[in-house]
Design a protein around this ligand. Structure first.
Ligand code: G1P
Length: 298
């Protein structure tokens, strides 16, 4: 099973941290974001992983390569296991022309089979890995129609997502009739937002080739899915689990805190540290050190 992981975005919202480092390499607790994404793909049964990179993304390739300097350090065990369970390939998107264009870079590699897409900056934590759920739904629906994961999004977030609308054909499964990329609240046909995990038929590639730049002047995958509706059925599926979209600094920080609070090694210490800090912030006890004293002024 093949999966395509677009990881070519410029990471502007993380500058200066991402000036020479890919945003997909930002750590969440002990691993870069992209490693969680590859783990999800491998745990879903994918043995062929294509990461779409771009300029200044070399670190992503190096991360999945063997490094003689670190040898078989035990912290690298999970990484080794990933490379034994799957082949990881890379292709470069030559110009940042959007998510749709990044997926189109995978056409030759994917060939004529259905495949998964996971975004390189989104971590999904589900009992059954989300990509597996999408694949299983694809098979259950006859193996001829693409399936995208969706979640109900609040009104204030509608314009951050591709929005789909259609008829619920079974619990949590919607036969899609319309899609709009990042609509205004007034234009949105529903509140079902595409979360960034897809199981697609290869017909998407011919649709992508015909899709002109859309929202933000980029080739949008959502616009190509709309075109796909002219040829095939398309389904959307809600799912059980939590999605961590690490699209900006606050979301990155929040994800780190959530993961650390659940971590057996750090959870307890972080909880008492936060309780102390929050107690101080609420004026329950005087601050022993002011934040400004922690910053060097010279
Ligand atoms: C992309 C897709 C959008 C989807 C979103 C999920 O947008 O274009 O349809 O809802 O991912 O995160 P981006 O977040 O890359 O702007």
């Amino acid at each position: 099973m093949k999966v395509v992981i677009p990881a070519a975005g410029l990471g502007l919202r993380f500058l200066p941290a991402t000036k020479s480092m890919p945003k997909e390499m930002l750590p969440v607790l002990d691993r870069p974001i992209i490693q969680y994404v590859v783990e999800e793909a491998v745990d879903s049964g994918c043995d062929d992983i294509l990461i779409v990179t771009g300029r200044a993304k070399r670190a992503v390739e190096d991360h999945f390569d063997y490094s003689p300097e670190h040898g078989d350090h035990r912290a690298l065990g999970r990484l080794d296991e990933l490379s034994q369970r799957a082949n990881i390939f890379f292709v470069r998107q030559r110009r940042p022309k959007g998510l749709g264009d990044a997926v189109l870079c995978a056409a030759r590699h994917v060939g004529d089979e259905a495949f998964g897409v996971l975004l390189g900056d989104t971590i999904n934590i589900c009992d059954v890995p989300l990509l597996r759920q999408l694949h299983d739904k694809f098979v259950a629906l006859g193996g001829k129609s693409s399936v995208v994961a969706v979640d109900v999004v609040p009104d204030s977030k509608v314009s951050d997502y591709g929005i789909v609308a259609g008829d619920e054909v079974s619990p949590g499964v919607i036969e899609v009739h319309s899609l709009v990329e990042k609509p205004s609240l007034a234009e949105a046909p529903s509140r079902y937002g595409i979360t960034g995990a897809y199981w697609l038929t290869p017909t998407i590639f011919e649709c992508l080739r015909k899709t002109p730049p859309g929202r933000n002047g980029e080739v949008q995958l959502t616009d190509a899915l709309k075109r796909l509706l002219e040829h095939e059925k398309l389904y959307a599926m809600t799912f059980e689990g939590t999605r961590y979209d690490i699209g900006d600094r606050f979301l990155w920080l929040k994800t780190n805190i959530e993961f650390a609070l659940r971590d057996p090694e750090h959870g307890e210490r972080l909880r008492s540290f936060l309780a102390e800090e929050l107690g101080q912030a609420a004026g329950l006890r005087p601050l022993s050190r002011r934040p400004s004293e922690l910053v060097r002024s010279d």
